[in-house]
Every structure is written in structure tokens, then in C-alpha cells.
Design a protein around this ligand. Structure first.
Ligand SMILES: [Zn+2]
Length: 305
């Protein structure tokens, strides 16, 4: 069955790139509504669906735009929390151009959603089945979707900075794996890139508290890392959030190599372009039981939240 939140939950904080203070108020929504963002500071055409064909490609975040040019930036972490908690319908009211970054992870969103409660609706859930392999390559980054019995995310990254280096992780996303293993991993960047981003008007709300900043072998953020492989875990978190712009849970294996938001969006576009590569399926009991978010408990949430 489809789900939504039981009650409304609000988050408040700065946007990572704009630095603007904003709130995100997440409201319950009826079946077949999906995830829609609504700008409360815009009077006409304020609604932007969180769908792959509304995504504006950017290497640093995921931004969605509607036909009137209304945008919402940095949706990927709240989308990961919605996917990872198994919430299929919600209206996300944002008071500005960007979703608050909070601590740079998805843990606070997960905590808010689990506190608000998740309600089952009376309509059946449809999932997107991957039926044949689809791949995309952009430069030295690539990603693939292949058929599988549930969502798996496999990821590999390689950074020159020794604080990150080579990391890989594979995860079956069933049984609350996202909440236990990924949701508290924070966004990260190289200190060498911070000045360049700021010169382009990005990362204006970034601090050592809401992003892991590394310089060579040093982690500059106070308190260090939450996991020795926090960077690859965060990339998997981003992938889950970006895959959720498919419009429903994906049943398939995602493999990412140095991939980012642009690669995952290109992969979804390649998937939906090929009618043999995917199909809708009503989730039977066995499939539904394996979806991310099923059986998630508050005790799965890491202590940082
Ligand atoms: Zn991220």
C-alpha cells in the first residue's frame, strides 16, 4: 500500500548554496500525489514535482524546475529521507529557493519523519521494475541499473585527497539499511574547491558544521568523520534521493562509479527512454516487504540525530 506522513513536520535552516534561511514544511498528501515541492514565497505556479524530467543538471546538487521557471534546489537529502523511510506521498512547502541543509546529512529529516509517523493509505503501491541493463557514462564517471529483486546501491569513489581516497560499499536497501547505515553521512568537499565554489556564488551557506571539508589527509571539520567511509556513504545517500525522482520506488541494482547528480539523472533519462528497460508493477507482498523503509524503527537511527 502507498503511504504518507501521519502529521506535518517542519525543518528550518540555511541553504547550502544560497546561504538563505528557509523552512521546509512536509505535509501529508493523498495517494497518487507523489512528492511535490511548493514554493510559499512564489504566488503563481509554485508547485514543482520532484520528478526526473524536471531536474536541472548540476554537478553539485539536484535542482528541479517547473514550466514557469520556479525552482527548488538541493532536494536530494530530503528525497533520500522520504525514500529511505518509505514515504510515497508528501507536499514539501519550502519558503525559499533551497531546502535547508541542516547538518549536511539526512538524519534530521529521518528523525522528523519517524516522529511524525507514517500512515498507510488504501491505494496499492506501484514500483518501477528494471527489466534490462541500462548504463550511462559522463567523462570518467558511470552508472548502471540492472534487474534485481529489490533496490541495491553499489558505489565506488576515488579522490586524490588521502582523507577520502578510494572507497567502495555495496548495500541492499531493505530492512531499514538506509536509516541505519547511510542517513547520518554528511555532504563533503575539498577545501581547495571551496573558494572556487564561492566565487561562482555557490556553497555560501556551507560551514565546517554542515559539510565535511577535507584538505589532503586532513579532515578540517571539528569532530572528524562519522564513519571512516562517510564520503561513499553520502554518495549512496545522494543516489537514493536522486533515484527517487523516478516517481516511485525502483526495484533494481544501481551501480555508481564516481557518479554524481548529473550521472544519476542521465541514467533515469536513459531508463525511461527505452520502453524495454523498465515497467510498472504492482508491488506484491514479497516485493513490498523488501522496499526501503519497511520496518524502519526509531532505534535504527544513529545517535547523531
Ligand atoms: Zn549530498
Amino acid at each position: 500500500m502507498q503511504t504518507t506522513l501521519d502529521t506535518t513536520v517542519a525543518f528550518e535552516g540555511k541553504g547550502l548554496h544560497t546561504g538563505a534561511l528557509a523552512s521546509a514544511v512536509v505535509r501529508p498528501a493523498p495517494a497518487d500525489h507523489g512528492i511535490i515541492f511548493r514554493r510559499t514565497d512564489v504566488t503563481v505556479q509554485a508547485d514543482v514535482p520532484a520528478l526526473w524530467n524536471h531536474v536541472i543538471v548540476s554537478p553539485l546538487n539536484t535542482r528541479i524546475e517547473n514550466a514557469a521557471g520556479t525552482t527548488v534546489s538541493t532536494i536530494e537529502h530530503i528525497m533520500a529521507a522520504l525514500a529511505g523511510c518509505g514515504i510515497h506521498n508528501a507536499l514539501v512547502e519550502v519558503s525559499g529557493p533551497e531546502v535547508p541543509i541542516l547538518d549536511g546529512s539526512a538524519a534530521e529529516f529521518v528523525l522528523g519523519f519517524l516522529r511524525a509517523g507514517i500512515r498507510r493509505l488504501s491505494s496499492p503501491l506501484r514500483v518501477i521494475e528494471v527489466r534490462k541493463p541500462v548504463s550511462v557514462q559522463l567523462g570518467d564517471a558511470h552508472a548502471t541499473l540492472t534487474p534485481a529483486d529489490t533496490l541495491h546501491i553499489d558505489f565506488e569513489i576515488d579522490f586524490a585527497d588521502r582523507a577520502i581516497g578510494h572507497q567502495e560499499k555495496t548495500l541492499n536497501m531493505s530492512n531499514g539499511a538506509f536509516v541505519r547505515e547511510l542517513c547520518d553521512s554528511r555532504t563533503f568537499c575539498r577545501s581547495a574547491d571551496v573558494d572556487a565554489m564561492r566565487a561562482r556564488g555557490l556553497a555560501l551557506g556551507g560551514t565546517l558544521e554542515n559539510a565535511v571539508v577535507v584538505d589532503g589527509s586532513a579532515v578540517l571539520s571539528p569532530g572528524g568523520l562519522r564513519h571512516s567511509d562517510e564520503a561513499v556513504r553520502h554518495k549512496m545517500l545522494d543516489a537514493l534521493g536522486d533515484l527517487y525522482t523516478a516517481g516511485a520506488p525502483i526495484v533494481g541494482r544501481y551501480t555508481g562509479h564516481k557518479a554524481g547528480h548529473a550521472v544519476t539523472n542521465a541514467l533515469l533519462r536513459a531508463l525511461f527512454e527505452d520502453p524495454d528497460a523498465w515497467g510498472w508493477a504492482e508491488a506484491d507482498a514479497a516485493t513490498a516487504a523488501r522496499l526501503p523503509g519497511v520496518g524502519v524503527r526509531m532505534s535504527d537511527l544513529p545517535a547523531v540525530a
